[in-house]
Design a protein around this ligand. Structure first.
Ligand code: ZN
Length: 79
């Protein structure tokens, strides 16, 4: 019978250094399919949402998302 040697490897996860978080938003009112143009600035996305509500008073709820690229790295020297 062979024996496997299992070794616990420590990893960490962080934002990829060549990526930036992108904000986006989608109107949740009824069948409205409006979406904000994705932006690196959440303030820009928020402004777009408020402008959409300004034109459509009932459209007050938005799904905001923030996405980035994550990088998992092995931690060298960790126990
Ligand atoms: Zn809408």
């Amino acid at each position: 019978m062979s024996r496997a040697v299992l070794r616990f490897v420590v990893h960490r996860i962080r934002r990829h250094p060549e990526s930036e978080a992108v904000a986006a938003a989608r109107c949740l009112h009824g069948e409205c399919a409006w979406e904000a143009a994705p932006s690196l600035s959440v303030n820009d996305v928020d402004d777009q949402c408020m402008a959409h509500t300004g034109l459509n008073a009932q459209h007050t709820t938005f799904a905001r998302t923030f996405s980035d690229v994550a990088l998992v790295e092995r931690v060298e020297g960790a126990a």
